[in-house]
Design a protein around this ligand. Structure first.
Ligand code: ACM
Length: 271
């Protein structure tokens, strides 16, 4: 199957042009699964609750989710993308998974980063793992996709929980601001769990307060052995697609005597 990411430079509050840019980059290549950055349509650096509420959207009825569903139908693919989700008076930093049949999952970021704590309610539902169809494999008819968002990468429990629940690919929409960290951690998350990872980060800056945020790009796709299959620079908008064999993520053996998941000793992990 073909998996890809879109690395964009969203402009704060310019939802229509941010959406169009992501749509254009997805239309240039064919993929079965696309991952887009965190908050890719709204932008990241909010400065008031009014602004968050204005830019947040309901899922799946809001325009961004509906536009993504239309792309998924046209291109016969699945898409995971970050969105500010409005639900019952609360706003979440969320990621939707959509396909030709519509909304399949909505994950609400569990580990909020820095000022996000001012604007969003922390996620209150489990890390999702969703089966999506694949058509080009003799051995598999579905692949299991898990979702986590940006800062979740520094909590190994997030990726481990997804792997324990069967994720073969971890989709990781991001708005990373600490250079180099996720490039490293996501290779480790892939290796220690025997899964593919797809990090879709954004580039550019936002200077809406006295603190300018510089987003670090370097989106990447990593194999279950920690090999970087695709990666981008920190200053270019682009999409990248690679062919992967998801069957590789079912093999959790490291040596004939060791299995990454079966060798766990959870009885010793409580403090
Ligand atoms: C982040 O979680 N957006 C760094």
């Amino acid at each position: 199957m073909r998996v890809g990411y879109v690395q964009t430079e969203p402009r704060f509050g310019e939802v229509e042009s941010n959406l169009r840019r992501a749509e254009t980059l997805m239309s240039e290549k064919e993929a079965d699964l696309w991952v887009l950055p965190e908050l890719f349509a709204s932008g990241y650096q909010f400065i008031s609750h009014t602004e968050v509420e204005e830019l947040a959207e309901s899922v799946p009825d809001g325009p961004t989710t509906q536009r993504l569903i239309t792309v998924a139908q046209k291109q016969n693919c699945h898409i995971i993308a970050g969105i500010a989700e409005k639900k019952g008076g609360c706003v979440y930093n969320a990621a939707v998974l959509v396909g030709p049949a519509g909304l399949r999952a909505c994950y609400r970021k569990i580990h909020l980063f820095a000022k996000e704590k001012q604007w969003f309610i922390p996620g209150n539902t489990p890390f999702p793992v969703v089966s999506i169809p694949i058509t080009d494999s003799a051995e598999k008819s579905v692949v299991k996709v898990g979702i986590m968002i940006c800062f979740d990468h520094l909590f190994p429990e997030a990726a481990r929980t997804l792997a324990i629940h069967g994720a073969e690919i971890i989709a990781h929409p991001a708005n990373l601001v600490i250079p180099g960290y996720a490039r490293l951690t996501m290779r480790v998350r892939a290796m220690e769990n025997g899964v593919f990872t797809i990090t879709a980060n954004r580039i550019g800056t936002e200077a809406r307060t006295e603190k300018t945020l510089c987003f670090t790009g370097e989106s990447q796709i990593v194999s279950p052995r920690g090999e970087v299959l695709a990666c981008s620079a920190n200053d270019i908008e682009e999409s990248q697609v690679v062919e992967i064999d998801p069957v590789l993520a079912q093999d959790k053996t490291l040596t004939p005597e060791n299995d990454l998941l079966a060798d766990r000793r959870p009885e010793f992990y409580h403090h």
